[in-house]
Design a protein around this ligand. Structure first.
Ligand SMILES: [Fe+2]
Ligand SMILES: [Fe+2]
Length: 262
């Protein structure tokens, strides 16, 4: 059984690329479930109902995960409960709407648990310990689903590798998101967990993490504020496919996928 995981979708260009390319990739790789990080879908920050409907449901994306930009679109707080296939990070204030993990059925009717977690190192947030949260959620899921996919939305490669090692043998895949740059370290760890520090993004090649180059350069070189507009053309999709045994949840293989959309 195979699952496709897609990195941070940035803006309208990213959504268009996902809507068109993901159904093709799903067929090409025989994936029964697609998970994508949607924290930058709406104009580069946050998400809303319109964005979600433009990429879900299958044959594009089945499950959308979140990150530090989860609530950038102010009305989404009221909307999230209409979208049970959208997850916000699990290790946040208890009062936040939505949920941090869920069970979803693949095309083959295999149950897959998907968990959204937020890192704390070099991220200015007030998230709870993501390691303890992972333990809690895995205990709650119990034996309901041996196949578990974790989106670890974090900045530091060390924290991400630590999470991969921490969950090795207990999750099918631990995939990093947030940095928007795909890393070349995809591997199946000794306990059977597929791991990659960062899956990358669905965003513009001629950009800085999906944003126009000039204003980002201006801010870096002068320290003056600038508006970081999203670049919506010249989009590449970065994703990762994991092949696993549905009975044990162990990963067999993992590989990176990159496609140019326009
Ligand atoms: Fe992001
Ligand atoms: Fe992020």
């Amino acid at each position: 059984m195979r699952i496709l995981f897609v990195g941070d979708i940035v803006g309208k260009g990213g959504r268009r690329a996902v809507a068109e390319l993901v159904p093709q990739l799903r067929r090409e790789f025989g994936c029964g479930l697609v998970v994508a990080n949607g924290e930058n879908m709406a104009g580069g920050g946050g998400m809303n109902g319109k964005c979600i409907r433009s990429i879900t449901p299958a044959p594009a994306v089945d499950v959308v995960t979140g990150g530090d930009h989860m609530w950038d679109q102010k009305d989404f707080v009221q909307e999230i409960d209409h979208f049970p296939w959208v997850l916000r990070p699990a290790n946040v204030y208890a009062g936040q709407p939505g949920r941090g993990f869920g069970l979803f059925k693949t095309e083959e009717k295999v149950e897959v648990a998907v968990i959204s977690l937020l890192g704390r190192t070099f991220l200015n947030n007030q998230a709870d310990c993501p390691f303890a949260a992972a333990d809690r959620i895995l205990a709650e899921i119990g034996g309901q689903s041996p196949v578990v996919v974790v989106d670890f939305h974090a900045e530091a490669t060390s924290e991400k590798i630590a999470m991969g090692r921490y969950l090795d043998g207990r999750a099918t895949a631990v995939f990093g998101t947030h940095t928007h740059v795909a890393t070349a370290d995809e591997q199946v760890l000794p306990g059977g967990t597929a791991f990659q520090c960062d899956v990358g993004m669905v965003g513009a090649r001629d950009s800085i993490l999906g944003r126009a180059i000039a204003p980002v350069l201006q801010r870096f070189s002068t320290g003056m504020p600038a508006r970081f507009d999203v670049v919506n053309q010249g989009i590449s999709l970065h994703g990762t496919v994991v092949e696993c045994d549905p009975a044990s949840g162990r990963a067999r293989q993992v590989w990176r996928v990159a496609r140019n959309f326009d």
